[in-house]
Design a protein around this ligand. Structure first.
Ligand code: SF4
Ligand code: SF4
Length: 370
């Protein structure tokens, strides 16, 4: 079973001072006016009698009025973490001066290189990151490797390394030119993520029907104080301004896509564990480890359609077309209604060298009836 720490993801605001091309929020850079009293959040968390990892995210948290005051207050009893573009230099300086690094899990900093260049913010970014690192904060600078940025990733990585800043490649999640990422990196993933196998964990799996402690050990807090079960399941548990009824234990996942954090809270069988591991390796281009893990999943649950399909993807990447076709056919026989298996089989039979089969992210063991 995965480690089950207590995490609350506080979506502070959807506003942001950046305008990244691939951002899925509306670009709204007007002042943040909707705020929550920090004592309500703190009381709610403290009264659970547990220590929470409070992930402050957005939009851009540093534009939230009194942001550093919130950090100081919450970190007195809880551990905080911040997702930020690290561009609001005056607030970053105040944060570095007033917040205890020991109470901060990490600052997860998105580089967004093209937008940062557009706003002429590269030098300020380097100064801000260096300041936080000097103060002892854990700073993880991530670089979303959008397919359009693949060609410049390594050069950018070297540039920031020369300023003492390590860049972590982060898979792009979404569609580009009709293909779903990160699965569509295929073999190219090896060159990008070879030293970052942990990035495979960013996959949005389908955990439908799998027991999960979200609602008890994982929560999502909205800008108005509403508390959802998790980032994927917007079942309302209450509001920090009033009351919140958390789950008593695991409940089955009701969503077909787990956008983040679910892995720390789902309760997986050994087959599901191996399946997840196999996909994680596949996404970062480690076909050998992926094949081994998927093979274990298939051994534990013979005929598992998702394991068959994904072994087909690996066989295809390794140049074994016959084995790929066999695996896709076995997946389709087990679950004829699943279009992806049919398309993968058709693709491999077409013999096209451009064909890039799709990985299956279904974790629930939907086994054949026969
Ligand atoms: S920094 Fe983040 S929230 Fe802001 S525009 Fe870019 S992707 Fe969106
Ligand atoms: S598996 Fe993911 S989407 Fe499903 S309940 Fe758990 S955290 Fe939420």
């Amino acid at each position: 079973m995965a480690e089950q720490k207590n995490s609350i993801i506080w979506n502070m605001t959807r506003k942001c001072n950046f305008r990244c091309e691939y951002c899925y929020f509306p670009h709204d850079n007007t002042p943040v006016t909707e705020t929550l009293p920090v004592d309500k959040i703190k009381d709610f968390l403290d009264n659970t009698g547990r220590v929470w990892s409070v992930r402050m995210t957005g939009g851009e948290p540093f534009i939230y009025p009194g942001f550093v005051d919130y950090c100081v207050e919450l970190s007195k009893t809880q551990i905080i973490g911040v997702d930020t573009n690290l561009s609001v230099s005056s607030k970053v300086k105040e944060f570095a001066e007033r917040v205890d690094p020991a109470r901060v899990e990490n600052l997860y900093v998105a580089l967004h290189i093209e937008e940062r260049e557009r706003v002429k913010g590269v030098d300020a970014f380097i100064r801000n990151a260096q300041l936080l690192l000097e103060k002892g904060f854990a700073v993880i600078v991530n670089y979303v490797v959008h397919p359009l940025l693949e060609d410049r990733f390594h050069k950018d990585s070297d540039f920031f390394a020369s300023h003492g800043i390590t860049i972590t490649p982060r898979p792009f999640r979404g569609e580009y030119e009709g293909r779903r990422y990160p699965e569509a990196y295929g073999d190219r993933a090896q060159a990008i993520f070879a030293n970052h196998p942990e990035q495979g964990k960013k996959i949005a799996f389908n955990f439908f029907g799998v027991p999960c402690t979200a609602g008890q050990t994982l929560l999502r807090l909205e800008p108005d104080g509403t508390v959802f079960r998790c980032p994927g399941d917007k079942t309302i548990l209450g509001n920090v301004m009033d009351t919140v009824d958390m789950a008593d234990g695991p409940e089955l996942c009701r969503k077909k896509r787990c956008p983040c954090r679910g892995l720390d809270h789902v309760i997986l069988t050994p087959t599901q564990d191996a399946l997840v591991e196999g996909v994680q390796y596949a996404v970062v281009g480690d076909s050998k480890s992926s094949g081994e893990a998927l093979g274990q999943a298939l051994e534990a649950s013979p005929g598992h359609p998702c394991a068959e399909n994904n072994l087909g993807v690996i066989a295809w990447r390794q140049g074994n077309k016959a084995a790929a076709a066999e695996h896709f056919k076995a997946a389709l026989d087990a679950r004829p209604e699943r279009i992806v298996y049919e398309e993968n089989l058709k693709g491999v039979q077409s013999g096209s060298s451009d064909f890039d089969p799709e990985i299956c992210l279904d974790v629930n063991p939907i086994l054949p009836n026969k």
